[in-house]
Design a binder for this molecule. Structure first.
Ligand SMILES: Nc1ncnc2c1ncn2[C@@H]1O[C@H](COP(=O)(O)OP(=O)(O)OP(=O)(O)O)[C@@H](O)[C@H]1O
Ligand SMILES: [Mg+2]
Length: 336
């Protein structure tokens, strides 16, 4: 038998574990100082503890799943399961049995009874990712589940009550899908009691250096390297890039850079070539951070060894004479 002291230690340990799990999905884990991301966080804080279903919209890699977890772990459902499911990753015919479960013998292959994910999520939240990819017949069934909060496993005769909050997400234009008739309008309104539109990384370039440092610390700690900084030119490459893959792409690029660097700093040579293409160089947001002058200087430095004077001045939209004057003023010697 446990004594009181052991009991207490166990309780404390449980509390610590619980706290750790909560912290993992705390809003603090959502990095960013930009107005757009801060307002997304504020919005979620307000509605996390309500019963409302939430639809999270945003391009790929913008943090939809991260936000979905934050919603769950900041709601009173936090001690119950958070069940994520990617509707487009599971073949259509399997998705229904995954969600609803089945009774032994319901179909060929149903060798034993299996609880569905709706039931697994009972008391907690279910996260239906890529919801716009769900087929129409399953959409109709989902609508019924949301309305009645009741499910019937495949092959079963009895319905079971469930208490689940629905958090859904998509990177597709779901309103367009509604208009085109591939997504049910009534279902759209059920899942979309609250919409959260996450900003793309390109819309919040000021967060790039912060996020880059965050991943730098994370990955260098993980592999036991002591990397302390991202060199200026590399930083600018990061800020200039258009980030079609958003935060996930940034995370991957920093992870790779941390692996390949043999120094205590990340240099532009540690970044992939895609970041160095000219198309991505001119960037409005960067102008806000840097002055036009330092931007131009940086530009000339970067491209003067690979481009002719004609090309450089055309790219900058200045005359050759003006280019020559700038070079002279800044002492930029053309590297051969
Ligand atoms: N604001 C942020 N702060 C810290 N990490 C972030 C942030 N946004 C995204 N991430 C990280 O980026 C990665 C991608 O995020 P997530 O999986 O939530 O994106 P998603 O929007 O669900 O993407 P997809 O549409 O491709 O499924 C994860 O590792 C996540 O932790
Ligand atoms: Mg996702």
């Amino acid at each position: 038998m446990r004594n009181a002291l052991q009991e207490k230690a166990l309780r404390t340990e449980n509390l610590i574990l619980k706290k750790q799990i909560e912290e993992r999905y705390d809003f603090e884990k959502i990095i960013g100082e930009s107005k757009s991301i801060r307002s997304s966080i504020e919005e979620v804080k307000k509605i996390a503890d309500s019963k409302s279903n939430i639809l999270i919209l945003g391009e790929t890699g913008t943090g939809k799943e991260l936000f979905a977890r934050a919603v769950h772990y900041n709601s009173s459902r936090r001690d119950k399961p958070f069940v994520p499911i990617n509707c487009s990753a599971i073949p259509e015919n399997l998705l229904e049995s995954e969600l609803f479960g089945y009774i032994k013998g319901a179909f060929t292959g149903a060798v034993s009874t299996k609880r569905g994910l709706f039931e697994e999520a009972d008391g907690g939240s279910i996260f239906l990712d890529e919801i716009a990819d769900m087929n129409m017949s399953l959409q109709a069934k989902l609508l019924r589940v949301i309305d009645d909060l009741e499910i019937r496993p495949l092959g079963g005769v009895q319905s079971r009550k469930i208490d689940v909050r629905f958090i859904t997400a998509t990177n597709r234009d779901i309103l367009k899908a509604v208009k085109e008739g591939t997504f049910r309008e009534d279902l759209y309104y059920r899942i979309n009691v609250v919409t959260l539109q996450l900003p793309s990384l390109g819309e919040r370039k000021e967060d790039i250096p912060i996020l880059a440092m965050h991943f730098l610390v994370k990955y260098s700690n993980e592999i036991g390297k002591h990397i302390t900084a991202i060199e200026d030119t590399a930083q600018k490459l990061l800020v200039n890039y258009s980030w079609p893959g958003n935060v996930r792409e940034l995370r991957n690029i920093i992870e790779r850079a941390v692996l390949v660097t043999d120094r205590d700093i990340i240099l532009s040579e540690h970044l992939p070539e895609t970041l160095k293409s000219i198309d991505d160089f001119p960037c409005k947001a960067l102008d806000k951070v840097l002055s036009i002058e330092s931007y131009t200087k940086e530009f000339i430095l970067r491209y003067q060894s690979t481009h002719s004077e004609n090309e450089l001045s055309a790219m900058l939209g200045i005359t050759r004479k003006s280019l020559w004057e700038k070079r002279k003023r800044w002492g930029l010697v053309r590297a051969k």
